[in-house]
Design a protein around this ligand. Structure first.
Ligand code: COA
Length: 258
């Protein structure tokens, strides 16, 4: 169905694998278009409860936007490229279903930005993160300057942006950029084990948690109001009645997403 992505649905977990290993999974126009379509599937397909984004091969998650497509772009074309990329990554960030990045190697430039747009990240021990755009006379364009500051703090982020230095997996763990570092052959298993737990929770409550947490970084929204509304929304759901009743009846809740 996709030319540059592999997708699989198992146990309600949708795995999207960016599949251009010979180019270290660089994000060319087609990958971005297909990624956008795959995320649309996440929003619309009921069987999808959660998502893993990873890269094909043992070397790279995504080594950035495809640099070969940058040559000869005008200022206006550069602006359009960044706008499109930011739109797609915001769709990931605002997904009502959890999206985890399973970072299996280089996560550079657009690859680091893609990982940071996901709700959280797990890395293999050979992972390396970075925003090397200054080496190209560029800056990140898919949200990297913003999300790197949010995730690791301004001082570390600015040093990383200006130096183009890579952040290795153990440092990424120390910085809070990733939640776990595991051997590469355990990476997908680890991501799946976390999502299998999340998949048992009430889907509307899960979506409202994501919405409220995202509001922290949204200057237009007041996160506390978003939380009040999310809390209230849950009171109108069958799942909240089921969850509270199940607790009081000392049984396990079964959620329907309603
Ligand atoms: N865009 C386009 N092609 C890329 C790419 C990118 N971002 N990153 C890697 N590739 C391609 C290389 O051109 C090479 O293609 P070729 O075999 O046809 O020559 C192939 O992927 C393998 O990469 P190579 O550089 O040979 O691997 P390496 O192990 O020597 O180095 C990196 C790995 C990640 C350090 C190096 O590829 C790199 O610096 N990539 C660019 C990172 C970057 O600047 N990203 C931000 C872009 S805005």
């Amino acid at each position: 169905m996709y030319q540059t992505l592999l997708t699989a649905l198992e146990d309600n977990i949708f795995t999207i694998t960016i599949n251009r290993p010979d180019k270290l999974n660089a994000l060319n126009k087609m990958v971005m278009e297909e990624l956008s379509k795959a995320i649309d599937e996440v929003y619309t397909e009921n069987e999808i409860r959660s998502v893993i984004i990873t890269g094909a091969g043992a070397k790279s998650f995504v080594a950035g936007a495809d640099i070969s497509e940058f040559v000869g772009l005008s200022v206006d074309e550069g602006k359009a490229l960044a706008e499109k990329g930011q739109q797609i990554f915001m769709k990931i960030e605002n997904s009502p279903k959890p999206v985890i990045a399973a970072v299996n190697g280089f996560a550079l430039g657009g690859g680091c930005e893609l990982a940071m747009a996901c709700h959280f990240r797990i890395a293999s021990d050979n992972a390396n993160f970075g925003q090397p755009e200054v080496n190209l006379g560029l800056i990140p364009g898919y949200g990297g300057t913003q999300r790197l500051v949010q995730l690791i703090g301004k001082g570390r982020a600015i040093e990383t942006l200006l130096s183009a230095n890579m952040i290795d997996a153990s440092t990424a763990l120390k910085y809070g950029l990733v939640n776990y570092v595991v051997p590469q052959d355990e990476l997908l298993e680890k991501a799946k084990s976390i999502l299998l737990v999340i998949n048992t929770k009430a889907p509307i409550a899960v979506a409202e948690c994501i919405k409220a947490a995202n509001a922290v970084y949204d200057e237009i929204k007041n996160g506390y109001f978003v939380e009040i509304n999310g809390f209230a929304t849950c009171f109108g759901t069958e799942d909240m009645k089921e969850g509270t009743t199940a607790f009081l009846e000392k049984r396990k809740a079964t959620f329907k997403g309603m």
